[in-house]
Design a protein around this ligand. Structure first.
Ligand SMILES: Cc1ncc(COP(=O)(O)O)c(C=O)c1O
Length: 424
């Protein structure tokens, strides 16, 4: 039986799939530009782009042509042989990140696993050369690095780690942007400091220049590595290829994924020539990672971003979006902070209930956003977003806060005075 209707699909999924997702009851079937369309042809302005993946939006001819052309030529060959894509793509990535060598994976979490393994292997190499260096990782509070064992071990929130314990040992968490805590926890036992330049799931929180620079300096002082996760913030989203470039800091290892191939799964670990000394044939690998199809699409996406000057565009439209959110914050006290860079933006609200309601009300108005860290509205739109789309979103938010902020605030106050839970 072919399932086409949403209710049939929901019933079948409820019976057949692991219940890992709490999906919205919408069946998406297509899309064009910054709009995604459901089964009835209703269009939604997508300010989330598949959680930061669909950098060129939907139905983009450059992506469609790259897929069509490469699928006619060669979709897969193992990493036991050469194909035309990896070197071409590696050339583009190394030029744009400032790093020297690449390993291709399929997803973000796999890229992060690769980065962690590389750090341990490099520390082992240093020890074999007589250097004193341990195996410990320092990660940050509120971090998110993925769901596989290594990644989840370095991910802060207990709800992601604890059901699967014991997770990988040897990880200590440092308070976010707390230089004194970083200094106190750093020692020659540490093989790597792990950060996101701008924490994504943690609430779109940028590192301070001081903290980032201190992490770089401490790592350099012992031979430990600075590993920067750019899976959400990288590949142009913030107006630069990597968000660490806003800080003028070069990590030893970085990871990329999400938008790298415009929606086709692909991830990458990049490292310096020095770190690459630690890896030899057979130590790490993947069946699918860096396949011909994904590489061809990634090359087409990067070339298009460059040709169309989309980094400057993301920066310009992102600044406009952020300015409009800040204006909105002046009118609505429920918005307590506006932050981010380029098209990785957030508006933090004073209430988790209001944040949840805002996402639902935006959906009613056919606009997709999400809420992370309970109170943070997150915007990760396609890079092709225009000012007019921003105006649409801001008008909708204005309407929602005008209608609901007072009501939710009043309800919260009533609950608090009745001794209820404070969501702020
Ligand atoms: C910063 C960061 N690292 C790693 C990951 C994991 O990527 P994936 O879901 O592709 O495994 C994510 C996903 O949200 C992320 O935002």
């Amino acid at each position: 039986m072919k399932l086409t209707k949403l209710d049939q699909i929901r019933a079948a999924e409820a019976k057949l799939l692991l219940s890992t997702y709490d999906r919205n009851p919408i069946l998406f079937v297509g899309g064009e530009g910054v709009h995604i369309a459901d089964e009835h042809g209703t269009k939604y302005l997508d300010l989330l782009s598949g959680i930061g993946v669909n950098a060129l939006g939907y139905g983009h001819p450059v992506i469609e042509e790259a897929i069509a052309k490469q699928s006619r030529a060669l979709i897969h060959t193992s990493n036991l042989f050469y194909h035309e894509g990896q070197a071409e793509l590696a050339m583009r990535l190394t030029e744009r990140t400032g790093l020297d060598r690449v390993f291709f994976s399929n997803t973000g979490t796999e890229a992060w696993e690769g980065a962690m393994k590389l750090a341990r292997a490099y520390a082992g190499l240093l020890r074999s050369e007589g250097k004193q260096i341990g195996t410990k990782f320092l990660a940050l509070e509120q971090s998110f690095h993925g769901r596989t064992f290594g990644s989840v071990s370095t991910t802060y929130k207990a709800k992601y780690r604890e059901p699967f314990g014991p997770v990988v040992p040897g990880v200590e968490f440092v308070r976010f942007n707390d230089v004194a805590d970083l200094r106190a926890k750093f020692s020659s036992e540490v093989c790597a400091i792990l950060v996101e330049s701008i924490q994504g799931e943690g609430g779109v929180r940028p590192l301070t220049q001081e903290f980032f620079a201190e992490a770089r300096a401490l790592a350099t002082s012992t031979g430990a590595l600075l590993i920067v996760d750019e899976i959400q913030s990288g590949m142009g989203r913030t107006g630069k290829w990597c968000a660490y470039q806003h800080y003028d800091i070069l990590p030893d290892i970085t990871t990329l994924a999400k938008p790298i191939a415009g929606g086709i799964p692909l991830g990458a670990v990049l490292c310096t020539e020095e770190v690459a000394r630690a890896i030899h044939a057979g130590m790490h690998g993947t069946t699918f990672g860096g396949g011909p199809l994904a590489c061809a699409v990634a090359i087409a996406v990067i070339d298009h971003i460059e040709r169309e000057n989309l980094l400057a565009h993301a920066s310009e439209v992102g600044d406009y979006f952020q300015a409009q959110l800040s204006q909105l914050a002046k009118r609505h006290t429920a918005i307590i902070d506006v932050r981010g860079k380029g098209l990785m933006l957030a508006a933090e609200l004073d209430s988790a209930d209001l944040a949840k309601l805002t996402v639902a009300e935006m959906l009613k108005r056919k606009i997709l956003i999400n809420c992370t860290s309970d109170t943070v509205l997150r915007f990760l739109p396609p890079y092709i977003l225009e000012r007019a789309d921003v105006d649409t979103a801001i008008a909708a938010l204005d309407e929602i806060f005008t209608e609901h902020a007072g009501a939710v605030g009043a309800a919260n106050n009533a609950t608090q005075s009745a001794g209820g839970q404070n969501h702020v």
